[in-house]
Every structure is written in C-alpha cells, then in structure tokens.
Ligand binder design. Structure first.
Ligand code: XUL
Ligand code: CO
Length: 443
C-alpha cells in the first residue's frame, strides 16, 4: 500500500484550551497555561516536558512482537541512520509546539545514532544538537534535561560506571562528558543520571562495595566536569529498583539519598522521581515524593504510571486523578517545581499506533495534571486536611513534646515523665477513612 501522508502532523492544529464542556478530543479541557493557581500560572507550576525517546524512537514493539507504529517521517530512510535522526528533529519540535509543551528531554543516543566509533558517535551528536538548537529557537521549546544512554550498547553488559571492566567505565565517562556538553549547548535546565545497568543480576559474581565506590567516584568526576564547563543547572538521580538489572543501586529515593550522603554528593544532586519506578520499588509515588521533599531533594518528576496487574515498567500516560492530586499536593507543599518539570516519560500503547495518538496521550496527561493541581490547591485552600495533620501533632507544640524537640531532655527525664503519667491516655483516632472521604470531596 502506497503511503501518501506527509511527515509531521499537517492535519493537527495548535492545541487550545476549550474548557470542560468541549467535546473536541484535540483540545485541553483543564490545562489552561495562563490560568492562575495559588498566584502562579499553570504553565509555570507544571512545566510540562515531552521525551524524545518514547515520542520519536518508540515503535510499539514488545518482546513478543514487532513494532506497530505508523510514523510517516521514518519511511524511506534506513533505521538507525543519521538521515533518519535528522528527519525526526523538526517533527519532534512541531509536536512540542502544537502541543504547547514548554520543555523537552533527551538521551544522547536517542536524538543521534550510535556511530561505529566513539568519535563518529560524537560527530553525529554534534550534528543533531545543532539542529535541535535551531528548532528550539524556532519554536521557543526549552530543554528540561539531557542524559546519556549508558545501557543499550553491549559494552555496558556488566554495567557502565559500575562495570567490572574499567574500559567500560571510561566509555561511560566519555559519553556523559559529551552528553553534558550537549545539554549545556542546548541551555538545559538540568542533567539526569539514571543507572540503567548500574546494579547486578547475581551477587555470586559481584563486588558490591567496589562497584558502589566506583559509582561514587564517577559522580564526583561529573561534578568536577560540571564546574569545569560552567554548567549551572542541577544534577538529578532518578531512582529505579530493577529492570533491566535484578537490583539497581539507585533503588529508591531513600537508597539514593543514602548513597549521596555516603559519598559526600548530597549538595550537588536532587532526585527525579518517576511513578512507575516508585511502584516497582514497592512504594507509592506519593511516598517517594515525600521522602525526597523531606530531604530537600525534590527536583523533578517523570510523569507516568504502571499497571497494577503487570509487574514491569509499562510507562503509561498518567490519567488517574488521585495520583496527580497526591503528586501536586506534595509538590505544592515543598514550594513547587523550580528547575524541574513534569516530564512525560511515557509511551502510547502498542495498539495506539497512529501519530494522532501521541497528541491524545499527552493531552490526557496534561489535563490530568492540571486537574490534580487544581484539586491539590482546593484541598490546601479548604485547610481541613492540613489542619488535621497539624492538630494531630499538637502534643509536640507544648509541654514534654516541646522539651524533646528542643533537645532539653534525655531518657532519664522522660522516664520520670512516664512514671508520673502512669499510662498514655491521650491517643486519638487516625481517622483514615474520614480523611479518604474528605479527599474524595475534591476529586
Ligand atoms: C527508564 C527511565 C529512563 C530515564 C532516563 O526506566 O525512566 O528513560 O528517565 O534515562
Ligand atoms: Co524516567
């Protein structure tokens, strides 16, 4: 069958906000970029970002089947060629522009192909980075973050910064160096580390301590290089517990914070928290955000969701209002996203094979986050939830609680207090069901 469609999205107009009563599937019902929430525009609160890897490189294949996606712009050029990479760039930026997403994110090897040598790969990357720079200028799209893809190539079979092979470590360093240069060249707001192969599949062949030390050393080299080139944005670590490895060192927010503390890196890093990674770690996204926020390390989010019936990283678009409301409640509590963003590390389903599905998917994610933001702001304005928590801890505001928090008493004084009380008679209900129903009032 002859393909007659043109590259890009010629039939799709710029997506507009038409309000909740609109029946146009190519319009926002809730995301209204300039609408103010808690005195700040939705656009500034949410800082939406489109990822290059799923949007341009995903083809719908899975481990049982070939790709299904119809991508007219990929036709007639060899897969994995520099010609294909060049063709994809304007299509991607047309997408961001029409969607009205202010940011984007990339890996080095998804915007540009692997060369036969490192030198050739670097040359390909330079070529594509200069095209991206032009397109950023043309469309006004900004780079949220860049990263290095240190997990696809067979050279990283044992890991990258945690490989048993020092040559692989050197290649990983060279790749991160160039990806950082590219991120700086594109005025990126930040730089991400996700350790796709930084873990192990069996401890029988693994020197865990040595691998962790190497990872710590690698991150220090990155900090040094960042200073050297004058890159001002933050570094983020993105936790994930498994997949592709059985155990990844950056397994969850708490493990990352401990790693950063142990190797004296905490001041240089924040966390990029992803929903599907949180659930793979046996946590909720809300939990991971609270852990990161409490440590002053809540940097950015990879917005997606998993499927409770599937035990892997399905990277689905987030369309659950409870999820986005909880996310925005924590983000607002910790002062909002500053350099970070709401980055759709999400892919359309294998069955959603038409180019227009990319729009439907992102519109769904953006509208769900816009509602989550409004719901979270309404819950905060109402004040009952916040007041409940504050009141629940009131025993710490006066008396013995205050003495403990101020460090004025030790075990001896506390024993005297307990003996005098005889028993704890002041416990109150946690009211979980009441609070869940209260939350529902706002959904
Ligand atoms: C993999 C994942 C990555 C990172 C960037 O699960 O989330 O795409 O976001 O390397
Ligand atoms: Co991610």
């Amino acid at each position: 069958m002859k393909n007659t469609s043109k590259p890009g999205f010629p039939k799709i107009p710029k997506i507009q906000h038409e309000g909740p009563s609109s029946r146009n599937p190519l319009a926002f019902k809730h995301y209204n970029p300039e609408e103010l929430v808690e005195g700040k525009s939705m656009k500034e609160h949410l800082r939406f970002s489109v990822v290059y890897w799923h949007t341009m490189c995903g083809n719908g294949s899975d481990m049982f089947g070939w790709g299904t996606f119809d991508r007219p712009w990929d036709k007639g050029v060899p897969a994995g060629s520099i010609e294909q990479a060049k063709r994809r760039v304007p299509v991607f930026f047309e997408f961001c522009e029409k969607l009205g997403a202010p940011f984007w994110a990339f890996h080095d090897r998804d915007i540009a192909p692997h060369g036969r040598t490192l030198r050739e790969s670097n040359k390909y990357l330079d070529t594509i980075v200069s095209l991206c720079k032009q397109e950023q200028k043309r469309t006004g799209t900004r780079l949220l973050w860049g990263t290095a893809q240190n997990f696809v190539h067979p050279r990283y079979m044992h890991g990258a910064a945690t490989s048993c092979n020092a040559d692989a470590f050197a290649f990983a360093a060279a790749q991160v160096k160039n990806a950082m240069d590219a991120t700086k060249e594109l005025n990126g707001e930040g730089y991400v580390f996700w350790g796709g192969r930084e873990g192990y599949t069996t401890l029988l062949n693994t020197d865990l301590k040595r691998e962790m030390d190497h990872l710590g050393g690698f991150m220090h080299m990155a900090v040094d290089y960042k200073k050297k080139i004058g890159f001002k944005g933050p570094f983020y670590i993105e936790p994930k517990p498994k997949e592709p490895t059985k155990h990844q060192y950056d397994s969850d927010a708490a493990a990352c914070l401990n790693f950063l503390r142990e190797y004296g890196l905490l001041e240089h890093f924040k966390l990029n928290i992803e929903t599907n990674h949180a659930t793979l770690a046996g946590h909720t996204m809300h939990h991971e955000l609270e852990v990161a926020g409490a440590a002053g390390a809540l940097g950015s989010i990879d917005a997606n969701t998993g499927d409770v019936l599937l035990g892997w990283d399905t990277d689905q678009f987030p369309t659950d209002l409870y999820l986005t409301s909880q996310i925005m409640l924590t983000i607002l509590k910790y002062g909002g996203l500053t350099t970070g963003g709401t980055n759709f590390d999400a892919k359309v389903r294998r069955e959603s094979f038409e180019p227009v599905d990319l729009f439907y998917a992102h519109i769904a994610g953006m509208d769900t986050f816009a509602r989550g933001l409004k719901i979270a702001a309404a819950i905060r304005k109402d004040g009952r939830l916040g007041d409940f928590i504050k009141n629940r801890y009131r025993s710490w505001d006066t008396g013995i609680g205050r003495q403990i928090e101020q460090g004025n008493v030790g075990f001896k004084e506390l024993e005297t207090h307990a003996l005098k009380l005889g028993e704890v008679t002041t416990n109150e209900s946690g009211r979980q069901e009441y609070l869940e129903n209260l939350f529902n009032e706002f959904i």
